[in-house]
Write a protein that binds this ligand. Structure first.
Ligand code: NAD
Length: 489
């Protein structure tokens, strides 16, 4: 396998994402020998920095993941800096000249990756300039990596897409959803399609409901300004939550390649029942955290956070019931739930199987626990299968037992960062774990119906305490169907 060579331009190279994720991920690829020597990075940002200063930043950022500090200098020597306001047309020409020179110096085969790690309002104009000023005129491949959020609603997402499509074709666009870089999200497909015992049961005859929860303990922190315009629905549901649902619900693809997998995911999103107007209140619950106690500390309400409107109606919690109207899933609710300032940090999927036709253990045990398959996404990574069995000494008694597989070591440091995998995929030209425009468009049209209804109706915020499992109505949502949420964490 040939190692990828490329010139990588990172727009927003002095930012948080570049420093916390991108430089360390590139370093790990370098250290493992997954990057060829023929790579160079141009960091672009507004601040004026020399190459040396930029390389110092890079070294500092990779220090914590470096097992061997001897190669850090060599790694950092591949980094160059270009100070440039991305709204200023003139300096793209200088950037192009720098790129041409580095292409030559590092023998990158004319391959270029443009990584937009900046505020989304710049995405469209950067792409336009890259095209107009000839930076996308390459000998090898050209790829655009673009961070979330991809638009604010369907309309703005379309505008953005049209802008970037002037410079890149759909198969050159890598829209990041970092959940798709997570080990256990990638594992959904393997668990489903590599095991004879699950796929035959993976349908409405044997599954009663599926629950996808992604809870955080953090509040909005310093991101108030962004979050006020976004909220949990746009920030989490439109992308990460619906992506996980699509992977859980899709039909087995003909082959495990990008095109086939994406097309199966698109079909799920097309089959998702659209929920609008008054129906929204029956299927979706929104919440906003009030003050409360978390890890023994008093924490403040969302409305008291920095850069947040004291009357804010932005939701920090969403729970919803999704229905997928196809043969496989008719009648099986997919419940999703995500929120900030909840009692623990956890992303997991619970697949609850239907009860067996009759309970032979009724004399000793009132009810049998249903079989559950739990996929732990983070912070724990692994799978747990909940069964009933007889424990020693418990004659003729069915007791719950768990079969567990843990993907991480005790300290959990061996899990490769999602960004490392995604960057590597992009360099190798594998777009499977990036979102296709069709997925983005379908997710936005689903989510837009909900946000429109919410905009027109009143909230009763705050409606959940920090450190809780979310608003009461979220429990009611499942109780109406005779279910309950399996515990968070
Ligand atoms: P940041 O504010 O820390 O960094 C922004 C960068 O853009 C800085 O390097 C700044 O110099 C540069 N910049 C701003 N205006 C510029 C201009 N006019 N010309 C040139 N450079 C300019 O932001 P971030 O947290 O790194 O996030 C970047 C993107 O990644 C955003 O789209 C964000 O939503 C997304 N994202 C970030 C994270 C994260 O962990 N930080 C996670 C997921 C997605």
């Amino acid at each position: 396998n040939e190692k990828p060579s490329a010139l990588i331009m990172i727009f927003g190279a002095t930012g948080d994402l570049a420093n916390r994720k991108l430089f360390p991920s590139l370093y790990r690829l370098f250290e493992k020998g997954n990057l060829s020597e023929n790579f160079a990075v141009i960091g672009v940002a507004r601040r004026s920095l020399s190459n040396e200063q930029f390389q110092e930043n890079v070294k500092n950022s990779v220090q914590s993941v470096a097992s061997n500090s001897n190669n850090i200098d060599e790694f950092a020597s591949h980094f160059y800096y270009h100070s440039h306001d991305v709204t200023d047309s003139d300096s793209y020409v200088a950037l192009r000249e720098m790129a041409v020179q580095l292409d030559e110096q590092y023998q990158t085969k004319g391959n270029r990756i443009f990584y937009l790690a900046m505020a989304p309002e710049f995405f469209g104009s950067i792409a336009t300039h890259l095209n107009e000023d000839g930076l996308t005129n390459v000998q090898g491949f050209k790829r655009l990596v673009i961070e979330k959020p991809f638009g604010h609603d369907l309309k703005s997402a379309k505008e953005l897409n049209n802008q970037i499509r002037t410079a890149f074709s759909e198969d050159e666009i890598y829209r990041i959803d970092h959940y798709l870089g997570k080990e256990m999200v990638r594992n959904i497909e393997v668990i489903r399609f590599a095991n004879a015992i699950f796929e035959p049961l993976w349908n409405n005859r044997y599954i009663s409901n599926i629950q996808v929860t992604s809870s955080e303990t953090l509040g909005v922190e310093e991101r108030g300004r962004y979050y006020e315009n976004s909220g949990a629905l746009r920030d989490m549901v439109q992308n990460h939550m619906l992506q996980m649902v699509a992977l859980l619900a899709m039909e087995p693809p003909i082959k495990l390649n990008t095109e086939e997998i994406r097309s199966e995911k698109v079909k799920v999103l097309r089959a998702m029942r659209s929920i609008k107007d008054d129906k929204v209140d029956k299927y979706f619950v929104r919440g906003q955290y009030g003050e409360g106690i978390l890890n023994g500390q008093k924490v403040s309400a969302y409305r008291d956070e920095q850069m947040v409107d004291p009357q804010s109606n932005t939701e920090t919690f969403v729970a919803g019931k999704l229905l997928i109207d196809n043969f496989r899933w008719a009648g099986v609710p997919f419940y999703i739930r995500t929120g900030k300032r909840m009692k623990s940090k956890s992303t997991k999927i619970v697949i609850q199987f239907k009860d067996i036709p009759m309970n032979l253990y009724y004399k000793t045990e009132q009810t049998l626990n249903p079989n559950l398959l739990v996929i732990h996404i983070q912070p724990e990574e692994g799978i747990t299968l909940h069964l009933n069995a007889q424990k020693t000494g418990n004659h003729m008694n069915a007791t719950p037992v768990k079969l567990s597989y843990s993907n991480t070591g005790i300290d959990g440091i061996n899990t490769p960062e999602a960004y490392e995998k995604l960057l590597y995929d992009c360099m190798r030209g594998d777009a499977t774990n990036f979102t296709h425009w069709d997925e983005v468009a379908l997710s936005w049209s689903f989510v837009d119906n909900i946000s429109q209804h919410w905009q027109q109706t009143q909230t009763h915020f705050p409606n959940y305490e920090s450190g809780s499992a979310g608003p009461k109505d979220s429990d009611v949502l499942l109780a109406r169907d005779g279910f309950f949420w399996w515990p968070i964490g």
